[in-house]
Design a binder for this molecule. Structure first.
Ligand SMILES: O=C(O)CCC(=O)C(=O)O
Length: 255
């Protein structure tokens, strides 16, 4: 079967991929809670494991260059218009790490309009290690449940397909594309970078997104008491509470 047109094989090759892997190893070693925008750990059978770092490019020149260079060009081409970056994150999904329930990104990004995300595989993403699954052909917001994810009865009717990626491959996800992923049942980590972009003429900024994200997460968790690493409660894992949370200034090592 031909790969879907939104998949870019070998977007990062050899040295570029090695560099991203080495940056990601350094960032993963930060203590949970040490990064102002979120550096979260989850419970796994083999102990606490870092599961997500949010706004990586804010503290990392290498990642900033990637998000504002190659990946922005990929997103602009996919959207067919100039784009501006407003968000990026690493999802680590280490062995035993949890997956994400079916959701649409446009619902997760407060006040956003036209968005496109580029998900880059830092490691091989297989069905066993919890690759992303996509449903094509959806151009509207689907009804959600109390977690903000696509209602189960609607999600089960969608035509899902897995997007297996080799390390260095990437897939573009528009804001309406429903997607989910399963837990990592393999022995290898399954890390991805997800960089998100808005149509430049909509003036949606990183500062706006991250301040709205903080407010939305705090209000939603205050109401339902659920741990979340996103504005939606789409993450299926359980948090390991950090000893300390950096609210105003990062306390991890500089890179
Ligand atoms: O990393 C994954 O498997 C899911 C990515 C995703 O949907 C998200 O981070 O919102």
């Amino acid at each position: 079967m031909a790969p879907p047109s939104n998949v870019h094989r070998c977007l990062l090759q050899s040295d570029a991929l090695d560099a991203v892997r080495s940056w990601t190893n350094e960032i993963a070693s930060w203590p949970a809670g040490s990064h102002v925008w979120g550096h979260y750990a989850e419970v796994t059978d083999s102990g606490p494991a870092i599961c997500r770092t949010e706004n990586v490019s804010a503290c990392h020149g290498g990642y900033s260059g990637l998000v504002n260079g190659l990946l922005r060009d990929v997103a602009a081409e996919a959207l067919g218009q100039p784009v501006t970056d407003f968000k990026d994150k690493i999802n680590y999904k280490q062995p035993g790490g949890a997956g994400f329930r079916p959701h649409q990104d446009v619902v997760a990004y407060p006040d956003a309009g036209t968005v496109m995300s580029v998900l880059v595989a830092i490691d091989d993403c297989t069905e066993e290690s919890g690759c992303i699954w996509l449903a094509d052909g959806i151009t509207t917001v689907l009804e959600t449940d109390d977690r903000g994810v696509v209602r189960e009865d609607i999600a089960t009717e969608l035509n899902w397909y897995p997007v297996a990626l080799a390390a260095g491959d990437a897939v573009c996800l528009d804001g309406f594309a429903p997607h989910f992923s399963d837990a990592n049942r393999s022995r290898e980590q399954r890390r991805v970078l997800v960089a998100s972009y808005a149509a430049t003429d909509e003036h949606y900024t990183r500062d706006h997104y991250y301040s709205a994200r903080r407010a939305t997460m705090s209000s939603a968790s205050g109401k339902d008491g659920r741990f979340r690493i996103s504005t939606l409660a789409d993450f299926a894992g359980d948090e390991v509470a950090p000893d300390r949370i950096a609210n105003d200034v990062c306390t991890h090592s500089p890179i």
